[in-house]
Structures are given as structure tokens and as C-alpha cells.
Design a protein around this ligand. Structure first.
Ligand code: ZN
Ligand code: ZN
Length: 308
């Protein structure tokens, strides 16, 4: 007869009540995002649906690139862990250009003529210029002429950084007070997500726009200026399905900023990147009320940064 070793009481309580500060990206993340983009495209009435369909295809290709990343992306070396991922001190890895070519090969059937021309210019650049472009885009130093390459370059960078973040353990990413930037890579959060199931019920996590990490942040506290008074959730009324159903803007009357929040109990398949692009009516509503958007989405072309 096997002896079952019981865990000490403290350990059981610790695991039951444990709230992870950091949650690693799921390996099926890009596939789920692709399915979500497809669903949101179906619900969209305007021509914006074409862009959502394109991003569904792009996310599907990202899933394939991530699945093949073992063979091309250098593994993280232990001891370097989270600090190695910081966008401010990590060089663009040499796998960037081959992955850019691989992305093109897999997406080229879905491109418009205009996009095809953009791609030809991008692929014709010397490798050092491609890497310099990637660095400018990562560090928000891009100029106007860089913007047309932005979604393709970001798509590859997301795969590389997500692959790295997936290799980290929870203990590699210690909790800290500063929660505006991603604790792994230093990038901005695209939005927050309120979890619904299991032990993290109702907790709010910010979602990284680059490495797809999630990190815990207090609800009802401004993620820009730290204000905890009079934070308000505002949403578009009368919507029963799709991104706007689960979306609200958390507005702060101290810094006049807002960040979007998506509730998984309302929309269980919400993805912060996809649902952000499916809920632009909320941005318009809050913009008209004088609030400035915070939370960069690399696939959103006309984003504004909250001054802080
Ligand atoms: Zn990150
Ligand atoms: Zn604020």
C-alpha cells in the first residue's frame, strides 16, 4: 500500500491563498488571440473588420513561429533571468531577421498590394537597418517613416519576447512596488484583465504588450499616477456581446488618464490585445469626455500616451 505524504497545513494554506504576482504567458496565447480576432471580426459591421481579420491571420502565424522558436531563438541563460529581457538593455537578437522572413512567407497570401510593397521595402533593408528599426520601435523612438513597418516588426518581437518569458519561473520575477511597466521586459501594459476562475478570482492583472506576461495590480488604484480616490469604471451601455460587453475604462480624475479593463466573467475569451482593438467605441467615448488613453497596443496605429 502506498503511503500518501500529507502536506503540512501551512503549505496547503499557502498554495490555496497564493496570489501570484506574475503569470507566465500561455503557450497557446497567440492561437487563442487569433480565434478571438476572428470572433470580433464577425461581430464588426464596419470595414474595421478587414483589419481584425488580418490580425487573426497574423496571430495564427505568430503561434506557428512560437511553436518553432526552439530551433531559432537563443534560450535564456539561467542567472540572467528577468533582467535579460529588459527592452532597454537587451540587443535585438540575430534570430530577428530570419523570423521576419519566416513571418513574411507565412502571411504573404493575406496581404494587400500596399502591404506587399511595404514588405518588399522591409525585406530589402540590410540586416543592421532592420535591427535598428526594431530597436527604435521597441524603445518608442520610431519616426513617421518607421510606422508602416510597425505591426510586422512588433509581431516578430512579440514572439521572441513571449518565448523568453515562457521560460521564466515565478521566482524569477519578484514582486515590486512599481507596477506600471512589465516586471519582465519593461514594456507598457496594453490593458488590464480581471480574472474569473479559480484562486485568482476577481484579481486584476496588467497584460504586457510585448512578452505577454501578466502581473498583479490592485484594483481601484490608478496604474499611471497611483491615485486611489474616485477611480471610476466607465463602459458603453447596452452592449450584450463582443469586446465592448466586457470592456470598461478605468478613469482617473487626478491625471485624466484611463486604461482599459476586460472582465473575463463577462467575456470569458477576452484577450487584452484583440479586445482592445474591438472596443474602440469606448476610446471615442472617453476621449470625448476629456480622458487620455494609456496603455500602448502595437497594433493600434493612432495611439496617444497619457502624460505623466
Ligand atoms: Zn513584458
Ligand atoms: Zn491617475
Amino acid at each position: 500500500m502506498d503511503h500518501i505524504k500529507l502536506k503540512p497545513k501551512e503549505e496547503i494554506e499557502k498554495s490555496f491563498f497564493h496570489i501570484p504576482f506574475w503569470i507566465a504567458p500561455d503557450k497557446h496565447l497567440f492561437l487563442s488571440r487569433s480565434e478571438r480576432f476572428t470572433k470580433l471580426a464577425k461581430l464588426e459591421k464596419s470595414d474595421w473588420k478587414l483589419y481584425l481579420q488580418l490580425l487573426a491571420g497574423l496571430s495564427r502565424v505568430q503561434h506557428g513561429l512560437l511553436a518553432d522558436a526552439d530551433a531559432v531563438v537563443p534560450e535564456l541563460k539561467r542567472n540572467e533571468t528577468a533582467s535579460m529581457l529588459n527592452v532597454h538593455n537587451t540587443p535585438i537578437p540575430s534570430c530577428f531577421t530570419p523570423m521576419l522572413h519566416a513571418l513574411y512567407e507565412r502571411i504573404k497570401g493575406e496581404l494587400s498590394d500596399h502591404m506587399e510593397q511595404t514588405w518588399q521595402r522591409l525585406l530589402a533593408m540590410p540586416v543592421p537597418d532592420q535591427e535598428a528599426l526594431a530597436r527604435r520601435l521597441l524603445q518608442h523612438e520610431a519616426d513617421v517613416t518607421d510606422q508602416e513597418y510597425s505591426i510586422w516588426v512588433h509581431a516578430v518581437l512579440q514572439v521572441i519576447w513571449t518565448y523568453w518569458a515562457m521560460q521564466l519561473q515565478e521566482t524569477d520575477v519578484p514582486s515590486r512596488d512599481e507596477r506600471v511597466q512589465c516586471p519582465c521586459c519593461g514594456s507598457d501594459a496594453v490593458a488590464s484583465i480581471v480574472l474569473k476562475s479559480g484562486e485568482q478570482e476577481n484579481l486584476r492583472y496588467l497584460h504586457c504588450n510585448l512578452c505577454n506576461s501578466r502581473w498583479n495590480a490592485l484594483r481601484a488604484k490608478c496604474t499611471f499616477c497611483g491615485n486611489t480616490k474616485d477611480m471610476t469604471l466607465q463602459s458603453v451601455e447596452g452592449v450584450t456581446e463582443g469586446a465592448l460587453h466586457g470592456a470598461s475604462g478605468e478613469t482617473c480624475d487626478v491625471c485624466q488618464g484611463y486604461r482599459k479593463m476586460f472582465s473575463l466573467s463577462k467575456e470569458q475569451h477576452a484577450d487584452p490585445v484583440a479586445d482592445d482593438l474591438g472596443s474602440l467605441a469606448l476610446d471615442m467615448m472617453l476621449g470625448e469626455k476629456g480622458y487620455s488613453r494609456g496603455g500602448a497596443n502595437p497594433f493600434l496605429m493612432m495611439e496617444k500616451e497619457v502624460p505623466h
